[in-house]
Write a protein that binds this ligand. Structure first.
Ligand code: CP
Length: 305
């Protein structure tokens, strides 16, 4: 695999291979296998976890990082096109990790780039490296990816992480429970995808009491930056707040995931629950991103105990 643009481009076998490689990096994250490689991180949108974990992944593997974390400091702010930016960075780097506000920007970049493109999030479309770390977290906490009940909660309209996760889980016979306000329902295209692929799903607007059968409770932030009208955001921004008391009747194996950042949808009192897994989930991102970089650079079989 040369690029990681959409999780839908990955076969089941490829997904499982990346998870397996990540587990090896978790055992031993410091290996100098990217010596001489330069990774460009082009972040046209803000990020904490994705950019820093990719950059940590490169540093721990002995590579070097160039890039920008704010498009305002790049020549895109002077009007340079994405096409031209990619051409220029192709002259400097061996792989480009890119986040962009436009759906499809990573796909376009992959079509004009000579070096691999890793999509670090494009608009409300895809966030495949997040999905891989979500799969890794689910597998680690549940012991399997198969036949799980997964509640997706919050902004299902604009949340790219839930869109990617649905597509990845197609291989593992999940049952989804979509919980969102009416304004932020799962888009029809993803429901059509579920129906076509025999993925069972339910829809609800209520959180409390609706996840007692769930194995995974996947909370999401309302994506303020995607709203055209700030008043529409104000109406839904505090729609759900998960509190520790709401977990009383949940299954013992339930784990709470969140791609983060959270802005109020998980009360801090949940942090002390053994079911809270979102900070470990973010840590898992380091090992997954080490595995992704090796995969797109064709570095294989170098992980030894
Ligand atoms: N989950 C995630 O993408 O976080 P950042 O926006 O901080 O990268």
């Amino acid at each position: 695999m040369k690029n990681l643009v959409s999780i839908a481009d990955c076969s089941k076998q490829q997904l499982l291979e990346i998870l397996s490689l990540a587990a090896k990096f978790e055992e031993n994250p410091n290996q100098k296998i990217l010596d001489g490689k330069i990774v460009a991180t082009l972040f046209f949108e803000p990020s904490t976890r994705t950019r820093l974990s990719f950059e940590t992944a490169v540093n721990r593997l002995g590579g070097r990082v160039i890039g920008f974390s704010d498009a305002a400091t790049s020549s895109s702010s002077k009007g340079e096109t994405l096409h031209d930016t990619i051409q220029i960075v192709n002259n400097y780097a061996d792989v480009i990790v890119m986040r962009h506000h436009l759906d499809g920007a990573a796909r376009y970049a992959s079509e004009v780039s000579r070096v691999p493109i890793v999509n670090a999030g494009d608009g409300s479309n895809q966030h495949p490296s997040q999905t891989l770390l979500d799969l890794y977290s689910i597998q680690k906490t549940q012991g399997t990816l198969e036949n799980l009940h997964i509640c997706l909660v919050g902004d299902l309209k604009y949340g790219r992480t839930v869109h990617s996760l649905i597509m990845a889980m197609v291989h593992f016979n999940p049952t989804f429970h979509f919980i969102s306000p009416n304004e932020l329902q799962m888009p029809e295209e993803y429901k059509i995808f579920c129906r076509k692929n025999n993925i069972k799903f339910t829809e609800s607007t209520e959180l409390d009491g609706n996840f007692n059968n769930a194995d995974i409770l996947y909370m999401t932030r309302v994506q303020r930056e995607r709203f055209q009208d700030p008043m529409e955001y104000e109406k839904v921004k505090n729609v759900y707040t998960l509190k520790k008391s709401m977990l009383e009747d949940s299954k013992p194996n339930l784990r709470i995931l969140h791609p983060l950042p959270r802005v109020g949808e998980i009360d801090v009192d949940v942090d002390s629950s053994e079911k809270a897994y979102y900070f470990q989930q973010a840590q898992n991102g380091l090992y997954i991103r080490q595995a992704i970089l090796c995969m797109v650079l064709g570095i294989d079989g170098l992980v030894e105990d």
